[in-house]
Design a protein around this ligand. Structure first.
Ligand code: AMP
Length: 219
């Protein structure tokens, strides 16, 4: 895989995180999820964690300056590697901030992939989502249940439901997505960088399609 900067955008629960993990494991991308980074800060009770906790647990967007601060710190170490951004950028100022840092390194966003999913399907999927407290692996009680109730298949860690995966918070997150993140689609579309994939196709077909778009396989 050539060193490209790939962005996965989509409503919460569209399967971005699962795809990002596949692309990391099988295709050598550095997976960078701002949501995971914030959850890690909250767990470790860092100054950033204290600052973002209220936003993350209520499903509101963390302010752009805080987001760009953590992203810039990450890029200072990783720029030039094949990077897959998951859940970032979520606003136009974040997209502009990313272009600025990449541009300063003679790099750019190569491709933005929208993994799309209808709101009702999002609610159905997310209320059934569980995550491992130890290794962050994602399960779904409907589509991909763990072998043993409440226990991670991979590492034996405890599975939990994210506080923001309850129906009312999911509806808020969807509103935020429609209002603030959908304009980011237009931003990349205007640059001819946006491709759309239907998330309801299922994990394997979405993955194949992403590979095709990144040029890793041809069909
Ligand atoms: P996610 O795991 O991507 O669903 O993100 C979980 C939560 O973290 C979001 O609901 C926001 O509160 C926060 N968050 C993650 N990424 C961003 C971002 N790029 N901009 C603002 N807030 C974010």
């Amino acid at each position: 895989m050539k060193a490209m900067n790939l962005i996965l955008i989509g409503p919460p629960g569209s399967g971005k995180g699962t795809q990002a993990e596949l692309l990391r494991e099988k295709n050598g991308f550095v997976h960078y999820s701002t949501g995971e980074v914030f959850r890690d800060h909250i767990r470790r009770k860092t100054a950033t964690g204290v600052k973002v906790e209220g936003y993350v647990t209520s499903g509101k967007l963390v302010p752009d300056d805080v987001v760009l601060e953590v992203v810039n710190a990450f890029l200072a170490e990783n720029v030039g590697k094949p990077i897959l951004f998951d859940g970032f950028p979520r606003t136009i100022p974040q997209a502009e901030g990313l272009d600025k840092v990449l541009g300063a390194n003679s790099l750019k966003v190569d491709l933005a992939v929208l993994v799309d999913l209808a709101d009702d399907e999002v609610v159905k999927r997310l209320t059934a989502r569980r995550q491992c407290r130890s290794c962050s692996k994602i399960f779904n009680l409907t589509f991909k249940p763990p072998k043993k109730d409440g226990v991670c298949d991979d590492c034996g860690g405890e599975l939990y439901q994210r506080k923001d995966d309850t129906e009312s918070v999911i509806r808020d997150r969807l509103n935020t997505y429609h209002q603030q993140t959908e304009p980011v689609l237009d931003y990349y579309s205007a640059q001819d960088k946006l491709q759309r994939i239907e998330g309801a196709m299922g994990r394997d077909r979405v993955y194949e399609e992403i590979l095709r778009l990144t040029g890793a396989v041809s069909s």
